[in-house]
Design a protein around this ligand. Sequence first.
Ligand code: UD1
Length: 437
Amino acid sequence: MQNELQLFTEGLNPRLQVKGTSRLSGEVKISGAKNSALVLMTASLLTEGKVRLNNVPELTDIKGMANILLSMGVELKTGNGSVELQSDNLHYFEPSYELVNCLRASFFCIGPLLGRLGKARIPLPGGCRIGARPVSEHIRGLKALGAVVSVEHGVVTASVPGIDRRLKGASVVLDCPSVGATETVLMAAVLAEGRTIIENAAQEPEVQDLANMLNLMGASVRGAGGPTITIDGVPHLHGCDYTVIPDRIEAGTFLLAAAITRSSLRVAPVIPEHLSAVLQKLRDAGCNFEIDKEGITIIPGEIKGVDITTQPFPGFPTDLQAPFMAFLATAKGTSVVTEKIYENRMQHVAELQRMGAAIRLQGNTAVIEGVPQLSAAPVTGGDLRAAAAMVLASLSARGISHVEGLNHLDRGYECIEAKLNSVGAQIFRHSDKHSLA
Ligand code: UD1
């Protein structure tokens, strides 16, 4: 496989070469949740104690967050899927624009910094390819807790007035159930004086994971996972040893890899309730499942089109919209996919069309007429989940596809080609164009 593929690729950009139409079988191990691990790393700023996180995926986003925390004086050790963080010597509260710009989630440092130090200066993360992604709700929530916040020259400066520099509990009603804003306010509130109630909170499992870890650190958080979260502030938090939940988006991506290749595959560990909306849509499309506490086995049947609309949790996740669309491109009949979370998350449509998918785009709605077979093509994933969609489409396409956009893919998928190859895929990575000389 390697030699056969290398013939086609000398001197080209980093890419995956995917030989399509292989059936998959066996079990894929699911890594820890990227979006949980990132926010849990920032939560370590809330204590002088040592925080040990287990089941942390090895991803470029995690390295990016580690660099930001290191730049603020956090001591950090990694190894065997764990990260140890100690912030007893936190001396800097202004990560650089270069570091923040690599990783939107770095903005989430603002809540713990304000809670712990009473001050923070974080460059605005800006928009990204999928949408504008404002942080106005984060800022509104912090102001409600008594922070003075200004945005000037692209930098958010926040401080807590008073001698003790301690935030004050308050009622925060979010305009939209933003995951990041909920996490920011939650982390700021755990060390505030008095009670905070967050209404219209995001209900995503990663918010629950954060609340669970904060409680283990000595916080008092109730209701996370529902629309109302109540936090009774405490003066100090201590260190902890915590294991990150499995990545529901990675698990969903592998279930879709099985579905698009009409293969039976087991994914584990997973928390099946985190994937309810996705499993329901896969069922509607003709897949069956065997589900136990640790894992899910998918058994695809006759596949037909379904309609999906992305929603906040527990609705269908936007992060699986592009991978699901790749699957629907091969389903019998018509599907309608509507993106409701981000204004510009349809860039994968043009790439799927290059592989023979029959998709009409009307704003943020895609109408897909399933085709019996996609055909291999050189394609690029313009964002993390679009890149995953390209890998899935390539797995089912006839011929050898070249998937670029690995800088995006590697942000969120740990060893994706090794995992897929271990269950029967044929994927080869050319990671450096000079290495082939
Ligand atoms: C998190 C996830 C991301 C996922 C998203 C939605 C992390 C690191 N990333 O991103 O993978 O796609 O949830 O499930 O956890 N919004 C506002 N004002 C704000 C904040 C958000 O209007 O102040 C809007 C956004 O523009 C977007 C929507 O709310 O349209 C959802 O954003 P949000 O839930 O905040 O996403 P993130 O936390 O950035």
